[in-house]
Design a protein around this ligand. Structure first.
Ligand SMILES: NC(=O)c1ccc[n+]([C@@H]2O[C@H](COP(=O)([O-])OP(=O)(O)OC[C@H]3O[C@@H](n4cnc5c(N)ncnc54)[C@H](O)[C@@H]3O)[C@@H](O)[C@H]2O)c1
Length: 323
């Protein structure tokens, strides 16, 4: 049995998903939708599917088992809600929304309906991340330290990314991967307190109105503490999570895990493609009706969104905010 897939959004990340899905035997592309119709046409020419520029019309006309929602954060305008109404399983890219109330409602309805959902927290599919979790579970952990340093994506040309109302800013749009990883390692976060710096990139990139850097302190539900620093002021790229416990530092970065026990240091490097693993897990979950293959679902994506949006609330209010 082939799993029939539709795409809403046929831009950068959608193309990466399509390429990997096309390698799986049990996948059939049945619909391609983008408000820029030529992008949907290009995807359909390559992979198949009927072309649309309105997602409502595609979801109304095309029978599908699952839908990939790959639109920018500001463009979540009811795609998930229609999928839920029609009983279509869906995979959605991070961050899952910009409106926390709407995301909470979607998370609830997905659960009530028993739908399979996946969220693009792709780093969770690295084998070294699973290895890190196994080590963390056995150690006496005290805190985690996250970082995300990079340059302004696309040199500020992709306007939605540098516009707060459209992307939510660096923390919500990109550092979200690291927040999500900190939750994967140490569990739910219950309180955040943070600061931000602004006023440098906005003089370089026209229209830039998001933070230049932020620093967040966090308290986890099970007693751990953590901090997270992000900036778009660097020219390179460096992101990861360090988990520290009694006599151990576990450092995860990209495809590499370094475990330092003071007198002994081991390094594991992954060679697998986490995105291919992510597609396989989603398709298998849809096919079998078993969500346990997935390492990130909508509820998980919602929890990460909550932390990043509440972090902005604390930066505005100047007081700690509970999640
Ligand atoms: N998981 C990851 O590692 C990863 C990597 C890159 C991007 N992303 C996420 O994927 C999302 C999309 O990013 P991207 O880089 O592909 O952006 P993009 O701009 O390349 O593509 C987005 C596409 O969505 C289309 N679109 C917008 N509104 C639409 C609507 N209502 N209906 C149909 N199509 C619509 C746009 O025309 C565009 O083609 C973002 O949320 C981003 O954070 C995730």
């Amino acid at each position: 049995m082939k799993i029939r897939i539709g795409f809403i959004g046929c831009g950068g990340i959608a193309s990466a998903h399509m390429e990997r899905l096309s390698r799986l035997e049990d996948v059939e592309f049945v619909g391609m939708c983008d408000i820029e119709k030529e992008k949907a046409e290009k995807s359909a020419q390559r992979y198949g599917g009927k072309v649309y520029n309105e997602f409502e019309k595609m979801l109304d006309e095309v029978e599908m088992d699952a839908c990939y929602i790959c639109v920018p954060p500001f463009a979540h305008k009811g795609q998930e809600e229609i999928c839920i109404e029609k009983g279509i399983h869906f995979f959605v890219e991070k961050p899952v929304h910009l409106d926390l109330g709407k995301a909470e409602e979607i998370a609830k309805r997905v659960k009530d309906k028993g739908l399979i959902t996946g969220v693009g927290y792709v780093l969770r599919y690295f084998d070294v991340v699973q290895e890190a979790r196994e080590i963390i579970a056995k150690e006496q952990i005290v805190f985690a330290r996250g970082r995300y340093y990079g340059g302004v994506p696309g040199e500020g040309k992709n306007k939605w990314l540098i516009t707060k109302a459209m992307s939510g800013g660096q923390l919500v749009e990109q550092t979200t991967h690291i927040v999500n990883m900190m939750q994967y390692f140490l569990g739910d976060i219950e309180e955040v307190y943070g600061y931000k710096i602004e006023g440098i990139n906005n003089k370089i990139y026209p229209g830039y109105d998001v933070e230049d850097a932020s620093s967040i302190i966090m308290k986890f539900k099970n007693g751990y503490i953590g901090n997270l620093t992000s900036t778009w002021l660097w020219s390179g790229f460096n992101s990861g999570v360090e988990v520290v416990g009694k006599g151990i530092v576990i450092d995860y970065q990209g495809n590499t895990l370094t475990v330092d026990r003071g007198n002994k240091r081991t390094i594991s490097v992954s060679s697998l493609d986490p995105m291919l693993e992510e597609e396989k897990a989603f398709i298998k979950a849809v096919k079998t009706g078993n969500p346990s293959y997935l390492k990130s679902d909508y509820l998980d994506g919602f929890k990460t969104l909550a932390v990043t949006l509440k972090a902005h609330e604390t930066m505005e209010k100047g007081v700690p905010v509970r999640i």
